[in-house]
Structures are given as structure tokens and as C-alpha cells.
Design a protein around this ligand. Structure first.
Ligand SMILES: Nc1ncnc2c1ncn2[C@@H]1O[C@H](COP(=O)(O)OP(=O)(O)OP(=O)(O)O)[C@@H](O)[C@H]1O
Ligand SMILES: [Mg+2]
Length: 393
């Protein structure tokens, strides 16, 4: 059928034609945004889930909601190799310049720019040739000690006070939060704690892999009182069918029931896979309706595409011993699995798998849902490993 009209959108952060099954979280976000604006305390939201479940898409939707509620939004994405300070300074600087330009009494934005300049000296952030403002002196003694955990909360207070003066609530949205190191995460949590204590209009909304609640709790035990960590997962059968059927219906195309059921079984309801199967099934169908046979014919193509892209990018970053570990794990099923069982499958002692396990955790390929257990962060990765390495020798 017409490829231009294909409604499905496989991709990272690509908005789906129909954002199904996330009503509860969107409602939670709506209440949160309204309560913070009204200076009422509310737990903030950090979305957690496996790769490809729709965290980025949801975070972007929440950003749109915040903008509609007249929040100033700052959207960021953490990286393995970029510091929190380097990531935050440019958007904060821009925010403060904009606040300074809005007419009104008070000079808290100017003061916050001075604090920001001090902060940059303290933690030694250099962002190219970026200067905070040549005519602004750094404020001494507020956020320039060089210790992120004391400087960041003070910087956020200065920024949020400037925002409050201009009656402009601020929403900081950070994707891939698990990439920050423990010190950065701890500084960020402490900064948000201060926002809550002082009832300042600045909130953090975030997303990350399922290790995030553990990381946050380890760095600050009060994190669970500041944030809720809704688990974003696969869709139920009814929602998965809706995610496939609604968009095609809107384009005047029907999906036969057995075809929908087949896609649900193959994808286990994981959103990214639903988009891939939907997309290829549409492409291969000569006309409406999309039948079971079409889905069956599209399946090897989808799997080939997934193996070459979604799974491959992860696989290519692995060392030979990491591949062996994952292959042994895959042989045991989807998981979670105990390290001892994986060591047994590899026929080695448990402590010899420790370093490999640690490096896979660090790369974010596996995570530990409970002490001693590990499981894949990528849905259906076990099946991919069995295809990639049919036999473990
Ligand atoms: N509720 C939903 N219904 C249907 N499709 C969805 C839904 N949410 C997301 N998708 C689709 O799933 C895919 C992945 O979404 P997204 O990139 O937001 O996932 P993610 O959790 O951020 O993944 P990663 O951890 O790899 O960054 C996209 O193609 C998107 O269109
Ligand atoms: Mg994402």
C-alpha cells in the first residue's frame, strides 16, 4: 500500500501515530504540573523502563503539556561522556537571559547569572568560547566551591528564585538519566530536594533505564520521597491491538483479527516492535485488509531489520567475553537469571564472571532487578543472541 501513507513510526523518540496505554501517567503529569504551579508539593516523575518502550516519546509529550501550562521547558539528554554541568550551563544561561529581558521589577535574573558565572569557575566548565555575560561579575561564595553537591543546589535556588520573580515555572526534562555518575545524580537530587523545601517553581522530569530507582536510592535515601518511578512497560494485548488498529483505520485500512493477535504474540506488546511490524505489514499488503499471511510474510524482514539495527548497535559494542556471557544468559531464557546459573552455563566459577558482569551493567546492556540477579535491558535480546550465536562453544 502507499508507502507515503504508512502511519507507523519505528524509530528512537519518533512519536507513534497513537500514544496508547499511557493515560495514567499523563494524568499524573498533568496533576504534578498544576500542583507545582500552585506551590503545592508533589512527587516528581522519573519514567523507567527497558529500551524502546516509549520513555522518550512520553517525556516529549509531558514537555508539550508543560509548555501548554506556560512552563518554560529545558529538554536535555545525558550522555556517557558529557558532564552534568556542561549539559546544564548553556540552557540555564539562555533561560536567565530571557528572564532578565522580561519586563518587571527585581534583578534576580542578573544575580543568578553572577551565580552561574561563579558556578562555571568552580566546577571549571568551559563550553567552547561561551561567556556567561561579559559585564556580569561572578558571585563569590554561593556556588563556586567546586563541589557539585553543594554548588548545584545553590545554583538551582538562584535560578528558580529568578524564575519565581518573573512568575515563570521551569520544567527541566532529562532523558537517559542513568548515564550521570553517582556524584552528579546525587547533586541533582539534592538540588531538587531544595526546590521542594523552598517551594520554588522548578521541577525535574526524567527518564532512564530500570536501574535508575536503584541508583537514585543509593545516592540519596530520600529520593523515593521526592520522585515516583513509574514503570513504562510493554502494552497489554488490548492496547497493542489499539496501537495497530487505530492508525490504519484512520487511513481507511482494516487489520484482520488473527493478524493483530500474531503481531502481539511476536512483539510481546513492546511498543518499538509494534511500530516495526506495523510498518512492514503495511508495506507488504497489496490492499486492505492486512491479513495473517501478510504478517507472516513480513516477519522475516522485520527480524532481519531489527537484527541489523536495533540489536546490532548493542551487539557491536561488546567484547568477545561479554558476548559469551550474554549468549550463556540467553540460553537460560528471557530472565532474570542468577549469576551462579550463568557461570554454570559457561562452566566457570562464579567470581570469574564478576568483571564481565560489571562491564555489561556499566554499558547498560543488562541490569540487576534484585540482588544477584541480572536481566536484559533490551526486550527480546535473548532471542537475538540465540540467532547471532547459534551455538556456545
Ligand atoms: N504508547 C505507545 N504506543 C505505540 N507505540 C509507541 C508508544 N510509545 C512509544 N511507541 C513507539 O516505540 C518506539 C520507541 O519509543 P521511544 O524512543 O520513546 O522509546 P524509549 O523507551 O525512549 O527507548 P530507548 O530506551 O531506546 O531510548 C517509537 O517508534 C515510538 O513511536
Ligand atoms: Mg529514549
Amino acid at each position: 500500500m502507499d508507502p507515503i501513507k504508512n502511519p507507523f513510526s519505528p524509530g528512537a523518540g519518533a512519536p507513534p501515530p497513537e500514544l496508547v496505554g499511557r493515560e495514567t501517567i499523563l494524568e499524573q503529569a498533568r496533576v504534578l504540573l498544576a500542583r507545582i504551579k500552585a506551590k503545592r508539593p508533589e512527587k516528581s516523575i522519573l519514567l523507567t523502563g527497558l529500551r524502546g518502550v516509549g520513555k522518550t516519546v512520553l517525556l516529549n509529550e509531558i514537555e508539550r503539556m508543560a509548555a501548554k501550562e506556560r512552563y518554560r521547558t529545558l529538554g536535555l539528554e545525558a550522555h556517557e561522556d558529557k558532564s552534568l554541568a556542561a549539559l546544564l550551563v548553556p540552557p540555564l544561561r539562555k533561560l536567565l537571559f530571557d528572564l532578565d529581558r522580561i519586563a518587571g521589577a527585581g534583578d534576580k535574573a542578573k544575580r543568578a547569572l553572577g551565580v552561574l558565572k561563579g558556578f562555571m569557575n568552580g566546577v571549571r566548565v568551559k563550553i567552547g568560547e561561551l561567556e556567561v555575560g561579559l559585564d556580569i561579575d561572578p558571585e563569590k561564595g554561593t556556588a563556586d566551591s567546586g563541589d557539585l553537591e553543594s554548588d548545584l543546589p545553590n545554583l538551582f535556588v538562584a535560578v528558580a528564585e529568578a524564575a519565581e520573580e518573573r512568575k515563570m515555572p521551569v520544567a527541566l526534562l532529562i532523558d537517559e538519566l542513568q548515564y550521570f555518575n553517582p556524584k552528579e545524580l546525587s547533586a541533582l537530587i539534592m538540588a531538587m530536594h531544595k526546590m521542594q523545601q523552598r517551594q520554588l517553581p522548578m521541577i525535574l522530569l526524567g527518564a532512564g533505564l530500570p536501574i535508575l530507582p536503584g541508583l537514585a536510592g543509593e545516592s540519596k535515601s530520600y529520593a523515593e520521597r521526592l520522585f515516583s518511578f513509574p514503570d513504562i512497560g510493554a502494552l497489554s494485548e488490548a492496547d497493542a491491538i489499539k496501537a495497530l488498529r487505530q492508525p490504519t483505520k484512520a487511513a481507511g485500512v482494516d487489520f484482520e483479527e488473527p493478524a493483530l493477535k500474531k503481531i502481539f504474540r511476536l512483539t510481546e506488546g513492546y511498543p518499538y516492535f509494534l511500530q516495526e511490524w506495523g510498518y512492514q505489514a503495511w508495506s507488504r499488503a497489496p490492499a486492505s485488509p492486512i491479513t495473517l499471511r501478510i504478517v507472516q510474510a513480513a516477519t522475516p524482514i522485520v527480524i532481519e531489520r531489527l537484527d541489523q539495527s536495533f540489536f546490532r548497535v548493542r551487539f557491536d559494542r561488546l567484547t568477545p567475553s561479554e558476548k559469551r556471557f550474554l549468549r550463556a544468559m540467553a540460553g537460560l531464557g528471557p530472565g532474570p537469571h542468577r549469576s551462579g546459573d550463568i557461570a554454570d552455563a559457561l562452566d566457570v566459577k562464579i567470581n570469574s564472571v564478576g568483571p564481565v558482569r560489571a562491564s555489561l551493567l556499566k554499558k547498560g546492556i543488562i541490569y540487576s532487578p534484585a540482588h544477584g540477579d541480572v536481566t536484559f535491558t533490551v526486550p527480546l535480546f535473548d532471542q537475538f543472541m540465540l540467532r547471532a550465536i547459534p551455538k556456545l562453544d
